[in-house]
Design a protein around this ligand. Structure first.
Ligand code: AHG
Ligand code: MN
Ligand code: MN
Length: 289
C-alpha cells in the first residue's frame, strides 16, 4: 500500500530500501569513532555510516528541501526552503539505540517528514515512522490517513496491518534513566505503574515504543534531576514517536503538554518523552502538575 502524497511515498520507499542496507552493514561497524554527535554522545561507526547513507539518498528526493539528523550539527539544505515553499524537511535518527549494537539487541531508524523548516513543531509533521531492526525488520508509518505496519524484505515493504491502534487495555511499561535520578513526583507515578503493568525496557526507544504500540501501556524517558530536559531529542525522537502514538489513538507528553505542541528553540533540543494510553498519560500529567 503506497502513500497518497508522492513525496512522502518517495521518502518512505527510500528509507525502506536504505534500512535493508543499514541492517546488512551493521556487521563490522560495531565499534565507536572518536567523534561526538551534537548531543555530546560518542558515535558508533554505524551511526555515522547510516547517516551518510540516509543523507545521500533522502537529500536527493525531489520535494525534500532539508535533511537533518541527530548525528549532524546543522540542517542540510537540499532543495527549496520548506519555510517559503511546499518542500518538506526530513529529520532522522539514523540508528536509534546504537548502544545496543554491542549487546546485539533491537535498534531502529526514526524519521519525521515536516511541512516546515527545521527546527519545527511536531504538529507540522505530515508523516513519521520508524524501522525496527528486530528478529524481523518492520516499518511503522503514520500519516494523517492511518498508521500502518509493514515487513521489509529486500528493500521492498509488505503491508501486514493497516489502521494500527493502541490496545485499550495497557499491559507494559518502560521508564528510562536511573531511579535515584527521577524527581520525586515522577517516582511516585512510576511506583504506581510498576504495580499495575509489566516491565519492558530494552534501551532502544524504538524497541520499547513498539512494545507499547503492540500491547498497550506507556514508555517514558522522564525529566531527570541531573538533566531536567531529559535525554531524548525533540526533532528526531520525541516528535516522530509522539506523532505515531497520537495517530494510533494514544497520547504523548513532555510532562505537561503534547510533544507535538512544543515550540523548539534549537535543532538538537532535548525533551522528556512520554507516550502511551490516554489515561496513563493523564495520570502522569496530573502527577507532575
Ligand atoms: P540513540 O542511540 O539514537 O542515541 O538513542 C538512544 C536513546 C533511546 O533509544 C533510548 O530510549 C535511550 O537512549 C536509552 O537511554 P539509556 O541508555 O539511558 O537507558
Ligand atoms: Mn535515538
Ligand atoms: Mn541515534
Amino acid at each position: 500500500m503506497t502513500v497518497s502524497d508522492p513525496v512522502v511515498e518517495d521518502v518512505v520507499a527510500t528509507i525502506s530500501r536504505t534500512a535493508t542496507e543499514i541492517r546488512q552493514g551493521l556487521i563490522g561497524r560495531r565499534g565507536t569513532v572518536d567523534e561526538e554527535n551534537p548531543s555530546g554522545e560518542t558515535q558508533a561507526e554505524a551511526d555515522v555510516w547510516a547517516d551518510e547513507l540516509l543523507s545521500d539518498r533522502v537529500a536527493g528526493i525531489d520535494g525534500v528541501g532539508q535533511y537533518a539528523s541527530e548525528e549532524r550539527a546543522d540542517v542540510v539544505a537540499c532543495g527549496d526552503d520548506p519555510a517559503t515553499s511546499s518542500a518538506y524537511a526530513v529529520a532522522v535518527d539514523p540508528l536509534d539505540g546504537s548502544s545496543n549494537l554491542k549487546s546485539n539487541n533491537a535498534m531502529g531508524t526514526i524519521f519525521g517528514v515536516y511541512d516546515a523548516a527545521l527546527p519545527a513543531r511536531g504538529d507540522t509533521l505530515v508523516a513519521a515512522g520508524y524501522v525496527l531492526y528486530g528478529p524481523i525488520t518492520t516499518l511503522v508509518l503514520a500519516t494523517d490517513e492511518t498508521v500502518s505496519e509493514y515487513e521489509l524484505t529486500g528493500g521492498e515493504r509488505t503491508l501486514i496491518e493497516r489502521d494500527v491502534t493502541l490496545p485499550a487495555e495497557p499491559v507494559v511499561y518502560g521508564f528510562g534513566g536511573r531511579v535515584p535520578d527521577w524527581p520525586d513526583d515522577f517516582r511516585e507515578y512510576a511506583r504506581e505503574i510498576e504495580s499495575e503493568l509489566k516491565l519492558r525496557y530494552g534501551g532502544a526507544l524504538i524497541g520499547d515504543v513498539n512494545q507499547v504500540l503492540t500491547y498497550g501501556g506507556t514508555f517514558g524517558y522522564p525529566a531527570l534531576q541531573s538533566r531536567p530536559t531529559g535525554k531524548l531529542r525533540l526533532q528526531f525522537e520525541g516528535n516522530p514517536i509522539g506523532y505515531v502514538v497520537e495517530r494510533a489513538g494514544g497520547r504523548s507528553s513532555n510532562g505537561s503538554q503534547s510533544l507535538l505542541t512544543v515550540d523548539p528553540d534549537d535543532l538538537h533540543d532535548r525533551t522528556p518523552v512520554h507516550v502511551g494510553n490516554d489515561d496513563l498519560i493523564e495520570r502522569l500529567e496530573a502527577a507532575l502538575a
